[in-house]
Write a new protein. Structure first.
Length: 169
């Protein structure tokens, strides 16, 4: 767990690198709760708002790090503003790509059996924080569900579709 001053770009990259050698039978869950930019970068503790492309975590970096994890099941939770842009930017077809690779090839880098990305907001909207809990609403309700919120746990398990259904209410 990286919190506050430990949640630098370098430390996050290092943790992703450690996960790249996990067992292929493992289940890996990654959660990012912080700030996101309108240009769809994850803002780390040490990011320079005047130079986000070089100091924050870009979509391309996240795709690369995510795709290197060989885990059988991989879940990524993003609780930050504009987090839906992580997926939307990959799937954006109407714009001309800056890369030679096709949209399908870039998406294939992150996709696969047992891979899921859940975001707190759409591509062009903020994610909200509750000052009473000190968490974003997405993180707050995720923690509540994982701790066994009534109506979510089923036979000792947390079905993803049930979690999604309760989150939408």
């Amino acid at each position: 767990m990286l919190v506050d001053g430990d949640a630098t770009r370098t430390r996050i990259e290092t943790e992703f690198l450690c996960l790249s050698v996990c067992n292929s039978d493992d289940t890996v869950v990654i959660s990012f709760s912080g700030h996101g930019s309108e240009s769809h970068e994850l803002i780390t503790y040490d990011a320079d708002v005047r130079d986000l492309p070089r100091t924050a975590i870009s979509l391309d970096a996240l795709i690369t790090w995510f795709s290197r994890i060989p885990a059988r099941r991989l879940i990524l939770f993003l609780d930050c503003c504009f987090s839906g842009g992580m997926g939307a930017k990959v799937l954006q077809v109407q714009a001309v790509s800056r890369r030679i690779e096709s949209v399908e090839a870039r998406l294939a880098q992150m996709s696969g059996d047992g891979r899921l990305i859940m975001t707190a907001s759409a591509a062009e909207e903020p994610a909200w924080e509750n000052p009473r809990t000190g968490h974003g609403y997405f993180t707050h309700f995720l923690i509540e569900a994982l701790q066994g919120a009534e109506g979510v746990i089923e036979h000792g398990r947390l079905p993803v579709y049930r979690l999604l259904g309760n989150a939408a209410k």
